[in-house]
Design a protein around this ligand. Structure first.
Ligand code: HDD
Length: 742
């Protein structure tokens, strides 16, 4: 066996009374800050300066003149259109330029505004001002995404998911540009184009979209063992989460926190969701992609609109500089986790997402996250992946925006004053002058980007030395930790401390419950069955066998490869907690949906909707009443309904006639409830798909006859029956939803 000797078998270190939290911190008088106040209100107030409301106004050209008619200007009624028509040219030209390059990766995503609240004064681990006092609030913007798909791809593609967060702190913007898995495929940023070219569609036909089930992806994975750990996370439940609300987030790299007196700690950032984790099953994710490609952005948007604000706690695993190689691997290797038994997560505060963007393009599309956006109190590490990212994001954003002034866009603009000699360039954005009399009552909003200092250089006397350099006593602050040092011979090599690629994927595999292991096997069988090259398929099995002979054998079986012999030199029995997407119950049911399958011909079955809703309302669960056609208290028709729209399905008492008496493979005839109002067999299909996708299934009264039609035993786990829609039935359903998958 290789390294990792220290990784397991250790007893968890208690995380009770936090040794790191200090008393209340005094504010630093030398730093010019935004005035404090309610952070949520502040972020809305800040952006609302830029809102454009087209209410009760007349149409104008781009330069403000009125437009009287929207036909193009032509010579004669039938005649050619005139070039002189600036209204036509302006409109078409603006349309022609509406798109900017989509993100090279993470093109598909959705975002929301929020607020971070610090749990304490953390000044003894970091000088970061947003962590300086208990209850201190900081506005945020967070964007979730998939990685490989293009902007129009489906939300439910199997993929690592982006989890990018921005804190608009009173000392500038701080971004944690992370993912929903704690590790990454490669260790050196120079391989990023290779990784992305391998997972993106083929060069010749641009197929397949938003999928890794193809030769080049698995060719790369099997040739680049560093990718195996992240690959396993992506093939587990984390790859197809139920929604953006049901993932955790990770900063992935080890970062440094720096105190005002220059002391450093090494940290891993974690976002722990307070909703709990939940995943789709693969067939369900695929069906959802076809039925509703916007499933996740819709879920996030609607939850926030309904006031069900998702929340995550920001935590850090805190380590010492001396710990860099202490655990049997290198803390600067982004393919490794630090098991929480070794270093527990200290919770620093909470993010709540509580406001939807007003305009997708202006906010979600134009937000430009960078790992290089750090604030005083946070510093980088030597992690070569992180180092490379510090170049790539700025570079790609210059390309997306066409120039360096994207930081002046409202969604990117820091809420702290900016003073420097960087200036000019395309698209400089002049906005409100905070000292102008008309907005003197809003001195914290906006920045002045019409620079009035004619002497844009430093050092100067002409502008009385301003903007002045900060130092430890005036303007204060370490960005680069004072004790950081670098030396060594120039070389192009992978560090020997980065060599072990198999121990941690095995640790991950060992730590999962059986259902999630089967989930990975199914995922890999699907993906590798789509790989045409036998060389690639063989290479995949060789690599998987270094993780687990069981995994390799189960995958090999499905793709016609002989079971490999175990290679004990790679194996260990260590385990760790907190890493699976399965096996824990949901902590909140907010925004989950129960479909009540009812019938308009039996009004009593429709009336059960309101009763079921009242049994589930306290848990934030919504009931959707489905019937043959729209009517009072019917939310949607069978023809527009599918199991993938619901987290649980309940058959109403009285609706059983719609389900026929045959198995779902046959088309119900008239006598068995066929209707011309929806595709034949749809009610039964919804029930059977829900059951097949492991969802909670219920039946009220005679509704349970429908279970028999589908040959679903009421004794099965996750199947609940009740004679009425009373509280007991509601309680069962909630318990089923908490378990989420059966
Ligand atoms: Fe990256 C976007 C996360 C490695 C280059 N990355 C991007 C986004 C997320 C991540 C969440 C989308 C941000 C948003 O919502 O706008 N990337 C990661 C993580 C990585 C990582 C967690 C490893 C720990 N990325 C990585 C490397 C490189 C890039 C090694 C290049 C050397 N990433 C980019 C990019 C993107 C990007 C091409 C596309 C759009 C953008 O930056 O602004 O520059």
């Amino acid at each position: 066996m290789r390294v990792l000797a220290l990784v397991t078998g250790l007893v968890g270190i208690a995380n009770a009374a936090c040794p790191y939290m200090t008393g209340e911190a005094g504010d630093n008088p030398h730093i010019e800050r935004r005035a404090d106040g309610d952070a949520a209100a502040n972020t809305e107030e800040f952006l609302s300066q830029f809102y454009l409301k087209d209410q009760d106004v007349y149409l104008t050209s781009d330069v403000g003149g009125p437009i009287e008619d929207q036909n193009s200007l032509s010579a004669g009624e039938r005649g050619a259109t005139l070039l002189e028509d600036f209204i036509f040219r302006q409109k078409i030209q603006r349309f022609d330029h509406e798109r900017v390059p989509e993100r090279a990766v993470h093109a598909r995503g959705a975002g929301a505004h929020g607020t971070f609240t610090s749990y304490g004064d953390w000044s003894n681990i970091t000088a970061a001002s947003f962590l300086s006092a208990k209850g201190k609030q900081t506005p945020m913007f967070t964007r979730f995404s998939t990685v490989a798909g293009s902007r129009g791809s489906a939300d439910t593609a199997r993929d690592v998911h982006g989890f990018a967060t921005r804190f608009y702190t009173d000392e500038g913007n701080f971004d944690i540009v992370g993912n929903n898995v704690p590790v990454f495929f490669i260790q050196d940023a120079i391989l990023f184009p290779d990784l992305i070219h391998a997972v993106k569609p083929r060069g010749d036909n641009e197929i397949p979209q938003a999928a890794t089930a193809h030769d080049s992806a698995w060719d790369f994975f099997s040739q680049q063992p560093s990718s195996l750990h992240t690959l396993l996370w992506a093939m587990a439940g984390h790859g197809i989460p139920r929604s953006f609300r049901h993932v955790d987030g990770f900063g992935v790299h080890t970062f440094r926190l720096v105190t005002d007196d220059g002391k450093t700690k090494l940290v891993k950032f974690h976002w722990k969701g307070l909703q709990g984790k939940a995943s789709f099953v693969w067939e369900e994710a695929q069906q959802t992609a076809g039925k509703n490609a916007d499933f996740m952005r819709q879920d996030l948007f609607e939850s926030i609109e309904a006031g069900r604000f998702p929340e995550w706690e920001l935590g850090v695993q805190i380590m010492e500089e001396e710990d860099q190689l202490r655990f049997g691997f290198d803390l600067f290797d982004p393919t490794k986790i630090v098991p929480e038994e070794l270093v527990p997560v200290t919770k620093l505060g909470k993010m709540q997402l509580n406001r939807n963007p007003m305009n997708y393009f202006a906010e979600t599309e134009q937000v430009m996250f960078q790992p290089g956006h750090i604030v005083r109190g946070v510093d980088f590490t030597e992690d070569p992946l992180l180092q490379g990212r510090l170049f790539s994001y700025l570079d790609t954003q210059l390309n997306r925006h066409g120039g360096p002034n994207f930081e002046q866009l409202p969604i990117n603009r820091p809420r702290a004053p900016i003073h420097n000699n960087n200036r000019d360039g395309a698209g400089t954005v002049p906005t409100t002058n905070p000292t102008a009399p008309s907005i003197a009552n809003k001195p914290t909003l906006g920045q002045m980007f019409i620079p009035l200092n004619p002497n844009a250089y430093s050092p100067n006397t002409e502008n009385k030395g301003s903007p002045k350099q900060a130092n430890q006593t005036v303007g204060k602050g370490f960005f680069t930790a004072p004790d950081r040092a670098a030396s060594g011979k120039l070389q192009r090599t992978v560090s020997t401390t980065f060599e072990d690629a198999w121990s941690q994927p095995r640790l991950f595999w060992n730590s999962l419950v059986d259902a999630e292991r089967q989930f990975i096997v199914d995922a890999m069988r699907f993906e590798t069955s789509n790989v045409k090259s036998s060389v690639v398929r063989n290479n995949v099995i060789i690599q998987l066998n270094r993780i687990s002979n069981d995994l390799a054998t189960r995958v090999a079986k499905a793709i016609g490869i002989a079971a490999p012999k175990p290679d004990d030199s790679y194996y260990h029995d260590n385990t760790t907690a907190h890493i699976g997407a399965f096996g824990q119950k949901l902590t909140k049911l907010d925004g989950l949906k129960v479909g009540l399958l009812a019938s308009v011909d039996k009004p009593a079955s429709i009336a059960q909707g309101a009763k079921l809703q009242s049994a589930l309302s306290s848990a934030g669960v919504d009931v959707v009443v489905v019937a043959e056609r729209m009517a009072d208290d019917v939310d949607q028709t069978y023809s527009a309904s599918d199991a993938v729209q619901f987290d649980a399905v309940v058959i109403a008492d009285g609706a059983e006639g719609l389900f026929g008496s045959k198995s779902f493979t046959s088309v119900p005839d008239k006598a068995s409830g066929a209707s011309t109002l929806y595709p034949a067999g749809r009610p039964l299909d919804i029930l059977l798909d829900a059951f097949r996708f492991g969802k909670t299934v219920g039946a009220i009264g005679k509704g349970s006859d429908a279970l028999q039609s589908g040959q679903i035993s009421s004794d099965r786990e996750g199947v609940y029956t009740g004679s009425t829609v009373g509280d007991a039935f509601g309680k069962d359903l909630k318990e089923g939803l908490r378990t989420f998958k059966f």
